[in-house]
Write a protein that binds this ligand. Sequence first.
Ligand code: EPU
Length: 433
Amino acid sequence: MDKYIIRGGKQLHGQVEISGAKNAAVAIIPAVLMVNGVCRLENLPQISDTDKLLHILSLMGAKVRYINPGTVEVDCSHVYLSDDIFPLTRQIRASYYLIGSMLGRFGRARTTMPGGCNFGVRPIDQHVKGMKALGASIGIARGLITAETGGSGLGGARIYLDKVSVGATINVMIAAVTAKGRTVIENVAKEPHIVDVANFLNSMGADVRGAGTDVIKVRGVEALHGGTYSLIPDQIEAGTFMTAVAAAGGEVQLNNVIPRHLECISAKLREMGVSVTEYGDSIVVKRDRPLERVNVKTQPYPGFPTDMQPQITAVLCQAEGTSVVTEGVWDNRYKYVNELRKMGAEITVSGKTAIIEGGRKLTGAPVAACDLRAGAAMVVAGLCAEGLTVVEDVVYIERGYQDLVGKLRSLGADIVSVSEPDLPDAPAEADAG
Ligand code: EPU
């Protein structure tokens, strides 16, 4: 297992390119299954989740061709259902999008319950509700999900989601694209990647309107055709670099971003005394003075993203005074707090609230990445901690961040990725740090 070793205390300076959006990519790749033809995807992030999803498509008969590292062509002209995908579908959350795309393409679906980060219970009842409303019968038994449409295919319906859910919104939207008639999905999520998936589907011939508002309307089309689509930049990767600069200090220009998508993060950082300047498709983040305390509540977009909650908490450990973070999306997203405590953080968690007593210098320590964003928070904390931080289980981080170590190194951070056999003394050094 690889680990990251970080010697904290180096300011960050320079420019960094933000990659394509992970949570758009992991929905668009399954949706490609609906396309009868060749689909060219550009600005795809090179992360293990996208690699696995492309592998899943190839196990279903798709021809996958890498044109260059961020561009891939997928030909789904001759695809079929295959149980060979199960070991992979179990590993990733986004495999649930295969339910919608398989139903749309084959009129039936076979996949496993999804994997992914563990934030307590992660139900898929709203996905199931949506598919049933479109006319599918769904069975879930022994970790396997099966769905059928009984030969008549899916039909448009009016669906109200009881919970604002990114996954259910996208899944039902994908399935509705080739359902007969008109589908109206109400109380939907509005994240930038939802708009991106809708734009992808429309560029392949779908008729989806309203993505980015509370109601999405889909008029079913016969079939999707091939085409080229370039993904939006990753809001959360950009936000993570913004918090890295806030934590370590310095001045960094982030390129290939959509500043509007970052407003919820920029506003909070400005409140903390960080300067954020927006340009057309870049922003400059500068931190040259002590950080001020703030309260943060995570909410569905356009609120502060839950996927930035661990990183902002790591930064708030350094802000003078007491900050309160409230998690508004997941039941249990504070497991990483124990790891931050190993570095000297003073955080009390009560239910969905974390109280951070800031102004304490963090000290390097051996810590684990409990999940993707928790791992990113460990890196952010390590960048400003005194001494050596060793982050273990970085496989979680690499699910969602393209070359995090290389990008941080290019900004002047002292961070390396090492494989277990290369690491004789580092943990002991970290203990001493
Ligand atoms: N929920 C239900 N029923 C459902 C679906 C969701 O009750 O059928 C609840 C969840 O328990 C949660 C809330 O609704 O309390 C929101 O869940 P959502 O469905 O929006 O989450 P998701 O689709 O499983 C995606 C991202 C997560 C991100 C959330 C929220 C992907 C693959 N995952 O998950 O991203 O935290 O939306 O924005 O897109 C990450 O990137 O690190 C990550 C975990």
